[in-house]
Ligand binder design. Structure first.
Ligand code: PDD
Length: 287
């Protein structure tokens, strides 16, 4: 059976699945999304992702397209149809279809699309070497806490990273402090072994991996601080890494061409990755 997608009530072959040309997601980026990791055949932190979906929609005054229970049923059914064991589930909700007009339409119904992607585990080489990042000015809007499908600055920054031979771009605010990556949260481990990641407010997306990792770090007795850090501080740090649903915990070993610490993935990073992997693939993360 070819891979399927869910589009507004129907399961369709992925290649034939389509939305209306007047979907406001297409016209205005008037919608939000979630990327939920799938490990060992189960969704990781599904409830936290649905909480964030509900919050993002609420901030935009878009109704949930269906109940949480129904969303879970559709996700499970799509994963079953696609025999998804490892990868992610993508969910997108837009304000729906209406003649193009900036103001909210009166009668539009939220549109829901779900797709899945099977992925390979992260390559051992990537984990052993770590990845490289460049830094760029953060040119995004002031509501980065909403997981909006409006991702143009992120797309442009990611392409600049790729063009520079890097894996990710860290965006930097007007005070010289790192906000986050184009699709990841940014972390450092200081010389005195403090784990640091920016506090969650309107300047960043509060990553679900970030939330779970902070909880796991606390359980492990790892001290952390939620505060902004500068590019200079990151360059003086012992370790750096990024987190996301697609990267889990990924070591960063170079920033703007300069090595972080000794230029190799750090010990705490490796420990936190192992702890997170255990959580994501175990019963706790899939509860
Ligand atoms: N991105 N910051 C931004 C801007 C993001 O887009 C993401 C996720 C994160 C990490 O969030 P989480 O831990 O919940 O995945 C941080 C997804 C993976 C994406 O756009 O593909």
């Amino acid at each position: 059976m070819p891979k399927q997608a869910y589009v507004n009530g129907r399961y369709l072959p992925h290649g034939e699945a389509a939305v209306h040309i007047e979907d406001r997601g297409y016209q205005f980026a008037d919608g939000v999304y979630e990327v939920v990791p799938v490990a060992s055949g189960a969704l990781v932190d599904e409830d936290l992702h649905l909480d964030r979906l509900e919050r993002s929609l609420g901030e935009l005054h878009i109704d949930m397209p269906m109940s949480r229970t129904a969303l879970k049923l559709v996700s499970d059914e799509l994963m079953r149809r696609n025999r998804l064991s490892n990868g992610f589930l993508y969910m997108q909700v837009t304000r729906g279809v209406a003649p193009r007009d900036h103001k909210f339409p009166k009668a539009a119904k939220p549109a829901l699309v779900m797709t899945t992607r099977q992925t390979k585990p992260h390559s051992p080489q990537m984990l052993a070497e770590g990845v490289t990042v460049i830094t760029l000015p953060d040119i995004r809007w002031k509501r980065c806490d909403i997981k909006s499908v409006s991702l143009l600055p992120n797309v442009l920054a990611k392409q600049q990273a790729v063009d520079a031979g890097a894996y990710e771009a860290w965006m930097v605010d007007e005070e010289g402090k790192v906000t986050e990556g184009t699709s990841t949260n940014a972390w450092i481990v200081t010389k005195d072994d403090k784990l640091v990641t920016r506090h969650a407010n309107n300047a960043i997306l509060n990553g679900i991996t970030r939330i779970s990792l902070l909880r796991l770090a606390a359980e492990e007795g790892v001290e952390f601080q939620e505060r902004p850090f500068s590019v200079e501080e990151a360059l003086e740090a012992r370790e750096a890494f990024i987190t996301s649903s697609t990267n889990f915990v990924m070591p960063v070993t170079q920033i703007d061409g300069k090595p972080v610490g000794n230029g190799h993935p750090g010990l705490l990073t490796a420990r936190l990755r192992a702890v997170y992997e255990g959580y994501a693939t175990g019963p706790e993360g899939n509860a």
